[in-house]
Write a protein of this length. Structure first.
Lengths: 455, 455
């Protein structure tokens, strides 16, 4: 079958290789017996990904409109195009699948085509459409692999957002050598994160040349997006690590209730909210870069940390200890200095035995007042990945934060937390990544990363 | 802190051990400084799990009613008590967390107390209440670990069902020795599953003395249940493996639309549906056992198989091949012999080149007509667990089926599939389990497994 299929346009381009197992000759015979080969050339095969990219290039949202027969419900759609990428200030969806990719090509042209193909696909996926916009799970073309893997057919767009970022390793290799002629455009702030005290990072859960964050109301929608982008990337990029997050641990809109993390505490009470535009502008969006780094204006930095919680240990601590560590009341989320959830903590307020909020509590050490006012837009997720072989759940927080500059808005904060935070006793950082998220697509014919790759 | 806490009733019973890291003396000093020790004895500490079990024993659903101040919304509740356990014919919820436990105690009394404690906790959790029924995430007792870990506070019950089953290894050890005096009650059908052709089972994903399946609309609710039961089990049972499933792949009610698996095909079209009571009675519920196995009547057998799909290979196959393998049309789910999704397959119907449905397609080999009419109630879930180190997503189907007898309703079917099914080229079985699910709690004062443990 492969031998036949490889002659079709759009299939060889898709990187088809012989499947494992059966002998090609037997498989060709099998398909032939089904009478499928008789339709060769009769279907609408085409170079589908290229075609989709062209559709994007036509510059109209209407280019994504489906044929009536394959229309997904036009509900729960987050606009993909805009000055900034979606999935940052978008109200945090409940589910996430994030993947980091290693770029396996050495060709800048291939990298450009990958970003074009991904941008096109994200445009379709964001509208709840199959990749390519066709019937997705089927159609009539029996001789080509379906353009879309199909498992999201019948689901809504689920408020899917797909957010793409670039790692430092995309610009320079481990020896500092320029990989794609992009080294001069490497923003200074895209550093190698330092080793923080207590880090137990696993190489296989860290780094990556490109990150893709898919968030949606429905996990099947998020997984479908990552899986199809992975598929499109075949031969150009391969998945380095991926992580499912089952429940959001931050609100990015004042309209959202504050969710709880696996410590059982409300998380993200003091998060940057989309409604505070001036705060977002100051602390999230990159601006004012000049010269060869100017391409990144309108983007942001994305920090990812896989933070395993030693939940079995945590669960054995008494409520007083738990609240002491966090600095907030477990039930209400109010700071221990009093008030309700959104009351500003009063670190000076004392009880009979000293400050009501411990100086080494998490809320005290991470508070902007300790960090020249620096704030992060957090967008993390609870995760559970089976067990560790010692009868303990491998569970915790997949931390994601978007910041204007990690040198001022992440590294000093994490350093202080890693050194002093009482919470460190209950967490282990097992994965880490830093990526620069390019600006969004705000004009027809563009694609994610164009300002970097063609600027 | 531990030294102090250990003197409290309900805490030592909970298996508290010194936490990692800090020295007990330093921690005691820390808590003391917060002025918490002054409340010792003043709180409503109590032996909470035992108390909850007593509440169940009072025999009234009202025993689970919360105090007004901590009431979770009384919505989305599946009744926990009944002739059969919930979570089998319950309309399949969208999300799942399942865990298998190794029993670490050698005491039958401990095993009994574990099942009592779990039954009590499941009663609370099924009503959307924190374990113990108290405020859960807080309350006023600063000196005890909260009875509930808290991350589901504010969520509904999410239609949570928790279903418990026993593995053969609970009855006899690897040498066939009686572990808890239950060997004579081991039902004949609770066999060691044979090795099926192509099996690539991983020990760390297989087996287990007890299985706990938590299904809910919200994954945070399902994870919360497993986590709290794991916690309650400390010192008596430890997690052997656990698996998150993000999307259901079967319908168990005619009111549910058929979902899609990660092959992109509708899955479970021909599943046993709860509405067909006589089919369920014949193919799902154990009945008619006599003598020492009679305790199992009203129960069922649960088969679990972690089936990794080689989705990258699958995704490169053309639509014709994919449909040939499954025996159904990808878009509609209709059998290739024609009709629509729920049309019965016609295996005799021929086209120009032979049967329209290949004799080695999945639908042909798994059809009840090949297996003396045997049907399974399937309740599987799509999963994605990161990557495999080769840039491929570790994704597939966590297969769950409930059957009246695995010797007639699973083994022969899997044997045929493993030997001949075209689909085998695209899957690898990496985990396996067989458990007997005892009947439900249909009277006050009972608990899951009582008919086995006390019968």
């Amino acid at each position: 079958m492969h031998d036949d299929a490889a002659h079709l346009p759009g299939v060889a381009d898709d990187g088809a290789v012989p499947q494992e197992g059966a002998a090609p000759s037997a498989r060709a015979a099998r398909v032939s017996r089904r009478g499928l080969l008789g339709t060769l050339g009769g279907g609408a095969v085409g170079a589908v990904l290229g075609g989709a990219a062209v559709a994007l290039g036509r510059g109209s949202a209407a280019a994504f409109e489906p044929a009536a027969s394959s229309a997904a419900p036009a509900t729960a759609i987050v606009e993909f195009m805009g000055e900034h990428q979606a999935g940052i200030v978008t109200p945090a969806q409940d589910r996430m699948h994030v993947a980091a990719f290693d770029v396996t090509t050495t060709s800048l042209d291939d990298l450009v085509s990958l970003m074009k193909d991904w941008s096109s696909a994200i445009g379709f996926l964001s509208r709840g459409l199959p990749v390519g916009g066709s019937a997705g799970a089927g159609g009539d073309d029996l001789l080509s692999p379906p353009e879309d893997t199909g498992e999201a057919v019948g689901l809504t767009a689920g408020n899917l957002t797909v957010t793409v970022g670039f790692g430092r390793s995309l610009f320079v290799d481990a020896e500092g050598k320029d990989r794609f002629g992009l080294k001069s455009k490497l923003p200074e702030a895209l550093i190698d994160l330092p080793h923080f005290p207590g880090d137990q990072l696993e190489e296989a859960r860290s780094g990556g040349d490109i990150v893709v964050q898919a968030c949606a109301d429905d996990p099947q929608v998020a997984v479908h997006a990552i899986r199809n982008l992975s598929r499109i990337g075949f031969g150009r990029a391969s998945v380095r690590w991926s992580q499912i997050g089952f429940g959001r641990t931050a609100s990015t809109s004042k309209a959202q209730a504050t969710p709880r993390n696996l410590f059982g505490f409300k998380d993200g009470t003091a998060n940057v909210k989309a409604e505070d535009a001036s705060v977002v502008d100051e602390h999230v969006w990159i601006s004012g870069l000049e010269g060869e780094s100017a391409w990144a204006n309108g983007g942001s930095f994305m920090v990812t940390r896989r933070i395993r919680m030693t939940i079995e240990t945590w669960d054995r601590q008494n409520l007083g200890e738990q609240q002491l560590v966090v600095g907030r009341a477990k039930a209400s989320g109010a700071p221990l200095s009093g008030g309700e959830e959104f009351t500003e903590p009063d670190f000076a307020k004392k009880g009979a035995d000293g400050p009501l909020i411990d100086v080494n509590s998490h809320v005290a050490l991470s508070h902007p007042s300790r960090h020249s006012g620096a704030q992060m837009l957090r967008r993390g997720y609870n995760y559970t990945d089976g067990t560790d072989g010692l009868g303990r759940l491998d569970a915790g927080l997949f931390f994601i934060a978007f910041v204007v500059d990690p040198r001022t808005h992440y590294v000093p904060i994490q350093n202080l937390i890693s050194k002093q935070d009482l919470m460190q006793e209950y967490v282990r950082h097992t994965g880490s990544g830093l990526f620069i998220v390019p600006p969004g697509i705000n004009m027809a014919g563009s694609y994610l990363g164009k300002s970097l790759l063609e600027g």
